[in-house]
Design a protein around this ligand. Structure first.
Ligand SMILES: Cc1ncc(COP(=O)(O)O)c(C=O)c1O
Length: 403
């Protein structure tokens, strides 16, 4: 009898869906910890705070009231109405409840959107550094990612002129993420206005605007591109509860778009999963309409940590970091240190540098290759100040010793 090899059945799509470096580095950090090593892990993009108690209480009450059944695919009407109100009041976005589709996490909302409008032959402009999931999903849909790079000196924002020059008749979508994972960049209103003009000059071009970090801003202001004149129909706005409300494990996100697109996204979701969790949606109403003091408390805490990380990285020769106006990530450019030696070991890539930092100095970070920017590394500062202090001291010693 011949032996059966299940891996021989895998199609290329299954290999596309590889989150690579983030998972690899967090897994390696966990393994070292399990062996007793005192590792500081700055890998995962997950708030270290628990979900505020008023939100937890609303979920419990909903469960006790028997709201444990399937929800409508687009989400419960009460939450869609609350979101329509929120988007208008906080973001100036004009979406009716019928144009909002809840999903099992913003990640699923992004997949619903991309699968609805991208197919073989379509080009999608991605602004590096970018969150890796966009690229994976575009490839999944058969589309071609067109990656445009920006530098730390440009505050990691690709100028509108360079975006305009990359548009071809095949370009259908631009992915925008402000505030950005991994760079923390925030696009100002004038910068978005410039980008909007570029988009409106093309008959078949849309933007997917991922605004999930909107509540974690320290400097500057949140602006939504879909609120600009003529952009409502051309924008798919993505948002969710994971980051600002510390609800990663609850899995609730949403997309807002013109009704035909919102309905198509719901069809994708219906085919792949179903409506988002019913009692979580009830809790989300409490998150939106209840007190926001815990959201503000978390934001202030991230800001203190941002100051520590920015100051700590700035003190290391060869590390370039600008101001981090938002999120809980730092994305320093370390390209000036590549090619240097740690003992006999040459650190010629950020992958090698991150492995070395973990093995020798017990700090886990993520190489920029995971974000389309191989000269930088990402540090998540969603961890305690004590851990950040330890990580900064270790990185200063480690990177300072390279020759
Ligand atoms: C930019 C960005 N968008 C979306 C998500 C996914 O959020 P959710 O937990 O709601 O799926 C993340 C999570 O890391 C993210 O960084």
């Amino acid at each position: 009898m011949t032996s059966f090899d299940p891996s021989a059945l895998l199609v290329s799509r299954s290999k596309t869906a590889d989150e690579g470096a983030i998972i690899r580095m967090s897994q390696r950090a966990r393994e070292l910890r399990a062996n007793g090593t005192d590792v500081v892990s700055l890998t995962l993009g997950e708030p270290d705070f628990d979900t505020p108690v008023n939100i937890q209480a609303a979920a419990t009450a909903a469960m006790n009231a028997g709201l444990t059944h399937y929800s409508p695919v687009m989400g419960i009407p009460e939450l869609r109405a609350a979101l329509s109100k929120k988007l208008k009041a906080e973001n100036g976005l004009d979406y009716s409840a019928n144009e909002i589709c809840l999903a099992n996490g913003a990640k699923q909302a992004i997949a619903n959107a991309i699968l609805s409008i991208i197919e073989q032959g379509d080009e999608v402009i991605m602004l590096a550094p970018f969150w890796v999931s966009y690229e994976i999903t575009v490839r999944f849909a058969g589309g071609t990612p067109v990656v445009l790079h920006s530098t730390v000196e440009e505050n990691y924002k690709v100028p509108a002129g360079r975006i305009a020059a990359a548009i071809t008749p095949k370009t259908k979508l631009i992915v925008l993420n402000s505030p950005s994972n991994p760079s923390g960049a925030v696009w100002s209103k004038p910068e978005l206005e410039e980008l909007a003009e570029v988009i409106k000059a093309h008959p078949h071009l849309m933007v997917l605007s991922d605004e999930i970090y909107e509540y974690i801003i320290f400097d500057g202001e949140m602006s939504s591109i879909g609120a600009l004149p003529g952009m409502r129909e051309r924008t798919i706005t993505i948002n969710g509860f994971s980051k600002g409300f510390a609800m990663t494990g609850w899995r609730l996100g949403y997309a807002a778009a013109a009704e035909p697109i919102a309905r198509a996204m719901a069809r994708m979701q219906s085919a792949i999963s179903a409506g988002a969790n019913q009692f979580v949606q009830r809790a989300a109403i409490a998150a939106l309409e209840g007190p926001r003091d815990s959201v503000e408390r978390m934001r202030k805490e991230y800001q203190l940590r941002r100051d520590m990380v920015q100051g700590g990285l700035n003190a290391i020769a060869g590390v370039r970091i600008g101001n981090i106006p938002a999120t809980f990530y730092a994305f320093p450019d370390v390209s000036a240190l590549l090619g240097k030696k740690a003992g006999n070991h040459v650190l010629d890539t950020t992958d090698a540098m991150c492995d070395w930092l973990l093995d020798e100095h017990h700090v886990a970070t993520v190489p920029g290759t995971a974000f389309g920017a191989p000269g930088s590394i990402r540090l998540s500062f969603a961890c305690s100040e004590a851990e950040i202090g330890k990580a900064m001291a270790r990185m200063q010693t480690g990177l300072g010793s390279l020759i």
